[in-house]
Design a binder for this molecule. Sequence first.
Ligand code: PLP
Ligand code: SF4
Length: 352
Amino acid sequence: MNPILKCKTFKGHEAEASWQAGLKLAIRDSKQLLELLELELEDEPFRNPLEQSVEVRTSIQDHAHFPLFVTREYVRRMQIGDWNDPLLRQVWVDARERIEQAGFVADPVGDGESEIAPGLLQKYSGRVLLVMTGACAIHCRYCFRRHYPYSTGPRTLSDWQAALDRIETDRSIKEVILSGGDPLTIVDSTLAQLVSRLDEIEHLERLRIHTRLPVVLPQRVDRGLLNWLGSTRLSKWVVVHINHAQEIDHHVQDAMTRLRSTGATVLNQAVLLREINDTVEIQETLCKRLLQNSVIPYYLNQLDPVQGAAHFETEIATGKMIVRELAKRLPGYGVPRFVQEQPGQPNKIRID
Ligand SMILES: *Cc1c(COP(=O)(O)O)cnc(C)c1O
Ligand code: SF4
């Protein structure tokens, strides 16, 4: 079947057929989420962590900036009645976020220092990253940019002029990465114009998109997106973000097929998360599901120490053990590199 036509048939979910409608209908209220999942707040496992430790200081202000937010499409893949569902745990705001832990900071990856023009980051040779928006279709509680000062960045196409000029004058830049937040929360007309500007910069060779929308809102991969992505002269790389095989349903599978129909190579990065995906079996199942869909497991990231996410951290030894074990079970291209971002380094550091 033509994958582009298939995306029009979201049976039974007419209201969410467009991605904009899906965003509007996303869940922002914890009571509503619990109702959908048939869960009772009084059974929540992490209600009172502060009672368990008298030493912690707490900061509550952060919740207002990064509230609960998750699409219905993603919620539908959660298990009813399971507080420990690996998808629920990625989005549920629990009290442990208020624990301030030494070493867990607002900007763990040194984004601020690598800004070379408004919204344009360069840390590594040959590639630059555009922080295009703060908006996402899901709020992952462990997000390393959860405290990023997006509101000060460029908004309209003309705000991006300084960044485009900078890219144009530096012939060593071969790749532009659209990132955020999630760049695919931006409308296609704007993205199409930006990409056509990039097309005109002769020394550019590659376009990369870092996005979670094909996973949490698969109808985002619609005709409008396929049109501009399919028509750029740049080689196309889409890096999605899937942490657990349960996140991949047939809508996501179809979205991956549609992305690849533009000639894009689709890669995945996952974050290693305590009690969510920190076993060999879970990672093996994830990698196999990705490979079934021609998605290459690219990076397995050690958690960046962002304030409020300390309870997701795993031991480095756990990640090492997992990827070594995966290497025995999967083809070489099916084993992700276990990496960590270390501020000031010339690349992401392999720690496997
Ligand atoms: C992670 C990142 C990249 C991409 O690094 P790769 O190792 O090429 O995936 C590029 N620029 C910035 C600023 C980054 O944080
Ligand atoms: S989708 Fe990515 S940028 Fe958005 S909240 Fe999740 S990890 Fe952060």
